[in-house]
Design a binder for this molecule. Sequence first.
Ligand SMILES: Cc1cc2nc3c(=O)[nH]c(=O)nc-3n(C[C@H](O)[C@H](O)[C@H](O)COP(=O)(O)OP(=O)(O)OC[C@H]3O[C@@H](n4cnc5c(N)ncnc54)[C@H](O)[C@@H]3O)c2cc1C
Length: 527
Amino acid sequence: MSGYDAVFVGSGINSLAGAALLAKDGWRVCVLERNDWLGGAIKTVDGLTAPGFRHEVFSSWHPLWVGSPAYAELKPDLDRLGLEYLNTDLPTATAFPDGTSAHLSTDGAVNAAELGDAWQRQFDEFMAAADIAFGALGTELWSTQGLSLGRRAYKQFGRRGLVEFAGHSLRSARDWLQDTFPDERVHGLLAPWVLHTGLGPDQAMSGFMTQVIACALQLGGMPVPRGGGANLVDALATIVRGAGGELRTEAEVEQILVSEGKATAVRLAGGETIPASRAVLACVTPTQLYGHLLGEGDVPAGIRERALRFRYGRGEMQIHIAMNELPRWRGDDRLARTPIVHLTPGLNGVSRAVNEADRGLLPAEATIVVGQPTAVDPSRAPEGRWILWIQLQEVPSCPIGDGAGELDVGDGTWTEALREAYADRIQARIAAQAPGFDASILRRVTYSPADIEAANPNMPGGDIYSGSCALDQSLIWRPRPGLPGHRTHLGGLWHIGASTHPGPGLGAGSGTLVAKALLRRRLWRRP
Ligand SMILES: Cc1cc2nc3c(=O)[nH]c(=O)nc-3n(C[C@H](O)[C@H](O)[C@H](O)COP(=O)(O)OP(=O)(O)OC[C@H]3O[C@@H](n4cnc5c(N)ncnc54)[C@H](O)[C@@H]3O)c2cc1C
């Protein structure tokens, strides 16, 4: 039995970043992962579709990571290890069914010219409060830092201004878009980004989240690591190992062991016990943490009951395609250079598809996220060829019907036949926008919500955001009202991961916040 200062359950980005930060400060850390790869939702596979094509099976786009405090701190080490980011000046566009499109650039002047004066006004308005907005997403809100942020906001805006800012932040994307932009094409450009925050365009706070993303895209573009996310995972693992830490795959944690009100060790499925003298950081859902990993006697009934009420969101489907040529998009030739192209009729199209999925229906006209990694990193495919990373974020975990009235969903099980039939509908939509698409496909590989859940227990029902991001499960209320923050009722046990504040994405926010808290505590305790 070897001992560690800190043991991480799961190897998602929050664990890897947290482990690297602690290891660099002298902590002996151990990361335990049930899968046979490290990285959780970061998984790069060579030849997933065909030899020579390199795919991000799950997450692909790294703006949140590149903008994160963890990256800022670890960058010198990551650079030294050869991690390189590639970027673009054309992060996103929406292609409408009539063959026209709307585009967003990293150049503010270009955006103002294409999207109208309203663009510059909203950008300036956001930037005036950007430190508070980004602060809310990067601060441990249930702590003295959260109080300090509140005081800073009060000082900056005044009492009336603060109430106004808070009120505006609660607007839906529909209200924000319609209040701000007279041009419906701008609504269609930005509304699909709501989905990337786990929300729908008619939900509270989705306007604020859309504005955060719109401004972040202009400021940061769409960075991806050259060669794929596995290179980030490898580099973080190298930092941990270099500092004496350990990372193990095929090591499923079955129980967190508690002694005298403190988490002291974890037990693996094979029976091995791994002691943790200072902290256990569990990068899991509340359902797993309080429902399975902690023994019944170690969780007060009220806490377990609150945790088990944690709600999950819609499912997701992922389609990977290898093409023997570059896509021939109808219309603007910038589409072939844009890493994320959304296909939707517009704001109402997104709203309708979300509503159908929320009601258990396969959307008749889904919002299709067509990711083109090769537009930023040509090394992902042989010369003259192309890959698509297609994401559908309006998919019921267990469908009860089809919005188009065409597909038989049976008992709601994601069978191979249902998965492929739904992927055919999506493929046909892309083909209508890109002539010759069907003939260019070498191979298609699809993951249903059930496949995503099987790959990661943190994504029940294929919810890639590890829990609904509705307002009552966000910010100071994540994971649940009554269970705020990352500290748990047990000494030494911390809850991290996408189910906790600041939520999903590759920003590693929760792992970083807890690592920093642990390092601060040690400083206080120094004589
Ligand atoms: C298909 C898809 C596409 C996405 N695209 C993007 C994107 O482009 N950009 C972006 O910023 N975000 C994206 N996301 C979201 C983002 O990837 C996730 O929010 C983020 O990776 C979550 O990180 P995490 O640290 O919470 O852990 P996860 O990545 O969820 O990993 C948790 C790990 O813990 C392991 N684990 C769980 N329980 C145990 C246990 N008991 N014992 C041992 N191991 C355990 C799991 O096997 C898993 O490997 C995407 C997600 C998915 C699924």
